[in-house]
Design a protein around this ligand. Structure first.
Ligand code: SF4
Length: 117
């Protein structure tokens, strides 16, 4: 089996621990450098299924502004982000929109407004 080592700076809290994940083939052999269990979990997820919160804008009809900024309510698998961006680019929603309003869902993930329009 091929052995690989991934190095990350943990982004879960401001301490920014340097994490090292050693892989043996497609299995995790060892995780080093974490100060708490959350960092260890994040490092494993970053190797096996990295996710990100996605921010974008959506067109608005009859709002105070022509677009509204939005974000996903939870992190999205990185592999799904291009599909999500194409989906958001085609949308046009009806205003007015409130901050925090769930505008719609993408594969069960809520898309939430981050400003009013
Ligand atoms: S490992 Fe824990 S303490 Fe270190 S940055 Fe990550 S969350 Fe913070």
């Amino acid at each position: 089996m091929t052995s690989r080592v991934y190095l990350f700076t943990c982004i879960v809290c401001p301490l920014g621990c340097t994490l090292e994940v050693e892989m043996d083939g497609d299995k995790i052999k060892e995780v080093k450098g974490y100060t708490c269990p959350k960092g260890r979990e994040w490092a494993i997820e970053e190797v096996m299924n990295p996710k990100r919160v996605v921010m974008s804008v959506i067109k608005v009809r009859n709002g105070k502004l022509p677009t509204v900024s939005v974000k996903t309510a939870e992190p999205v698998p990185k592999a799904k982000i291009p599909e999500l961006m194409k989906f958001l680019a085609k949308l046009e929603v009806e205003g007015p929109i409130r901050v925090g309003q769930t505008i719609l869902e993408f594969e069960g993930i809520k898309i939430v407004a981050t400003r009013e329009t």
